[in-house]
Design a protein around this ligand. Structure first.
Ligand code: VTB
Length: 331
């Protein structure tokens, strides 16, 4: 009989895969209390506070590499902040305590609380700028689409690789004026466009399950922090992603250089953004296509979380009923 042995250095990371679920659950519940109140800042702050409190309980020496911003503008979970304990595994942490603050404030679908964790020094320290992105799910030959190819060419290549006509391809794009030409080109190529108002971490993840989500490809410009988080998820579930930071001013190039970015035009593959093994977790705040939002019931609070590990490629969907309300520090 064969057995699977867990290497000792994978053991902590294995345990952490449940621990990080607690972190995103708490952030999601705190933000969900402020759903639909029209106050993005308050919802984001609630998620940040909860996420930080929980991260500080973990047996890790963590450094926030993707966070709420630079130290002077973000009092908590700022880039460079150390979280966790004084002993334990050295890890890099990427957080977006409330991805889709507007979605939460307006109580629209798709707000999530999310984080990724990886060995120290392995996550791209991306500044909070825009990022060009293209992503597809697993099962395609490497390089079938390319960030620098025209949209028409990418759609045609993807359709060919999938073995369907272009009209059966759907591209997910953020609904922004900057994408007018991209949207026109995708439609010109015969494919359909699905527009989202926010939330491109989930948007990229949708490409991993085209049959379930109806999304074959993600294209366009979104936030760089969200790009690194999405890359961590794809590193776990498979798929391809290429990105490039939009460093269109001297100030941004300087900021990036200070964060260790030598080539401002570099085209990043998943392995450049997430260099080693990682964990990724996301909990739904509002109902969405990826995750159900938080439910406040009379005797329990319900959450839904997806957690992934790149070492094994395991994806777990965790529905939790929390009966101990106090742990959320809500009142
Ligand atoms: C995206 C999306 C986010 O920002 O990254 C987007 O995933 C890009 O910025 O949910 P703009 O809103 O400036 O276009 C969000 O919408 C919000 O952080």
């Amino acid at each position: 009989m064969s057995s699977v042995t867990v290497q000792p250095h994978h053991m902590l990371e294995r345990i952490l895969s449940l621990e990080i679920v607690r972190v995103t659950e708490r952030a999601a519940v705190s933000a969900a209390r402020l759903r639909g109140r029209g106050n993005e800042k308050a919802a984001d702050q609630a998620a940040v506070d909860a996420m930080r409190r929980e991260l500080n309980k973990l047996p890790i020496r963590g450094t926030v590499v993707i966070g709420e911003g630079e130290r002077d503008e973000a009092p908590m979970l700022f880039i460079g902040e150390e979280v966790g304990g004084t002993a334990g595994f050295k890890v890099d942490i990427a957080v977006d305590p409330l991805e889709g603050t507007t979605l939460c404030a307006k109580n629209m679908p798709g707000a999530i609380a999310t984080l990724a964790l990886a060995e120290g020094g392995t996550l791209l320290n991306a500044p909070d700028v825009y990022m060009e992105k293209i992503a597809i799910g697993p099962g395609y030959p490497k390089g079938v689409v390319d960030l620098d190819a025209p949209a028409e060419q990418n759609i045609a290549a993807l359709a060919k690789a999938k073995g369907v006509p272009a009209e059966n391809i759907t591209a997910l794009v953020l609904d922004r004026p900057r994408h007018a030409d991209l949207i026109a080109a995708v439609r010109e190529a015969g494919a359909a466009v699905r527009l989202i108002t926010d939330g491109d971490v989930a948007g990229v993840i949708h490409t991993a399950d085209p049959d379930g989500t109806g999304i074959d490809i993600y294209m366009g410009i979104g936030g760089a922090p969200e790009g690194v988080l999405a890359a961590a998820a794809l590193r776990c579930i498979g798929g391809q992603m290429q990105c490039r930071l939009v460093l269109d001013t001297e100030e941004k190039r300087d900021r990036a250089a200070k964060m260790g970015i030598k080539d401002p035009r570099k085209k990043y593959e998943i392995g450049d953004m997430v260099k080693g093994d990682c964990l990724f977790a996301a909990t739904g705040v509002t109902d969405g296509a990826l995750l159900d939002g938080v439910r406040f019931r009379k005797h329990a609070i319900e959450t839904e979380t997806v957690v992934m590990r790149s070492i094994t490629g395991t994806v777990r969907w965790i529905r939790a009923e929390h009966r101990q309300r106090e742990k959320f520090h809500l009142d």
